[in-house]
Design a protein around this ligand. Structure first.
Ligand SMILES: Cc1ncc(COP(=O)(O)O)c(C=O)c1O
Length: 406
């Protein structure tokens, strides 16, 4: 007998319904804001035209697209023409690193890429691909025990004649695993003085830190809608006017010939609405979350056995708490937390099928015995002080049980 789709989906049991639902994985993704959903809705059916069409239907979509571009540009302190809409943070990172590296090599023969060792895989793997399959030389910057890059080390890595040697530098603004915030403006100044384009992956910074591209001194910057209460599958690439760039998706002349494909107008409109909202409430919400985060970190360090904070205690995202569980694998703890209704993560790929230890913790000098013990709790709009206290209590209980069981 075949089951209908509805029959095949397990019904919630009474146990799951009475459990609390505490979401502490906002760095993985965020729920869509009501305002973003409302902004998107007309563009699914009512305003369906292709924004490249010259007729009335196309013009209605074009209006939404143009407005979204102006909104995003305003928040970034950029010109609307410097904003390219993409389909993800990963795509924006790929486009920036590949697009700038290939164009620079063609223009000036530069053949070296300089990146930090604590990048998200979207930059890390792209840099490795450019090395392994496109003949670029790859230089990894040093980081300290908090995962911080020193601007002086960037200057040293650029070497004697960077304008003729280095194609692009990339350092992520805020780390997804440990929440460390890099000194982007100082690194930007070093790159500018050296005449080398500078990219930053700002995916985790949106809604939390200033995204002003001029204050940051970046030539390109990537963002992802679903990290700031916008839709999934929608990204932003900021590309400073005049930055050498070769498109990686070729075809039509959409997005100023920098990214071919008919634009995903509903998602772009929703992404812009979400970014505007996140930007408007950024300061007050970050003050609120920082208090919650400090309550959570303080409670955990005081009550949970064998745990320590990872990342910078000072230069860290107001919404981000990350730890290593000494000598433990995080997986059992994450399952225990989930059973208590708490959504958390290890922060790295080692919790999924890849089973690779965290390259971020490795680069920060965490000992091999602790590399699988990463625990990340990332806060957002739905979190309350009472939830923080409940999480501390549950985590202390779960870790004590696992340690007792050996
Ligand atoms: C720092 C960073 N960069 C890039 C990405 C990729 O973004 P997306 O999920 O939109 O591809 C993520 C997502 O986790 C991230 O945290």
């Amino acid at each position: 007998m075949r089951l209908s789709v509805m029959q095949a989906i397990p019904k919630e049991t009474s146990v799951t319904r009475t459990r609390p639902a505490i979401y502490l994985d906002h760095s993985a993704t965020t729920p869509l804001a009501d305002e973003a959903l409302a902004a998107m809705q007309p563009y699914f059916a009512e305003f369906y035209g292709n924004p490249s069409s010259i007729h009335w239907a196309g013009r209605r979509s074009r209006t939404g697209l143009d407005q979204a571009r102006r909104t995003v540009a305003g928040i970034l302190g950029a010109k609307p023409g410097e904003i390219v809409f993409t389909a993800s943070g990963t795509e924006s990172d790929n486009a920036a690193l590949r697009g700038i590296a290939l164009a620079r090599r063609k223009q000036s023969g530069t053949n070296r890429i300089v990146v930090s060792p604590v990048e998200h895989a979207a930059i890390q793997r792209t840099a490795e691909d450019l090395r392994d399959n496109y003949g670029f030389e790859l230089t990894l910057l040093p980081v300290d025990g908090d995962g911080l890059v020193a601007p002086a080390d960037v200057a040293a890595a650029l070497g004697e004649n960077p304008a003729a040697d280095v194609a692009v530098v990339s350092v992520l603004y805020a780390n997804n695993e440990v929440g460390t915030i890099q000194p982007i403006a100082q690194i930007g100044a070093v790159c500018k003085a050296a005449g080398v384009p500078f990219h930053t992956d700002a995916v985790q910074a949106a809604g939390k830190l200033s995204l002003n591209v001029n204050a940051l001194g970046v030539d390109s910057l990537s963002l992802s809608g679903h990290k700031f209460y916008g839709p999934k599958g929608a990204g932003i690439l900021y590309l400073r006017q005049g930055t050498p760039y070769q498109p990686t998706i070729t075809g039509g002349s959409q997005e100023g010939s920098r990214r071919a494909a008919t634009e995903n107008v509903p998602s772009i409109v929703g992404l812009a609405a979400a970014l505007a909202l996140a930007d408007a409430e950024r300061e007050s919400e970050m003050d609120r979350l920082q208090l919650l985060r400090d309550r959570l970190i303080g409670g955990i360090l005081e009550n949970v056995e064998g745990i320590r904070l990872t990342g910078s205690p000072v230069q860290r995202l107001p919404s981000h708490a990350s730890f290593v569980l000494e000598g433990l694998e995080a997986e059992g703890v994450l399952i225990g937390l989930d059973m208590a209704g708490i959504a958390a993560s290890s922060g790295s790929a080692c919790s999924n099928a890849s089973q690779r230890p965290s390259h971020v913790l490795e680069a920060m000098g965490v000992s091999p015995a602790d590399l699988y013990g990463g625990l990340r709790l990332t806060l957002g709009r739905s979190n309350t002080p009472e939830q923080m206290d409940f999480v501390v209590e549950q985590l202390a209980r779960i870790v004590a049980n696992i340690r007792r069981a050996g």
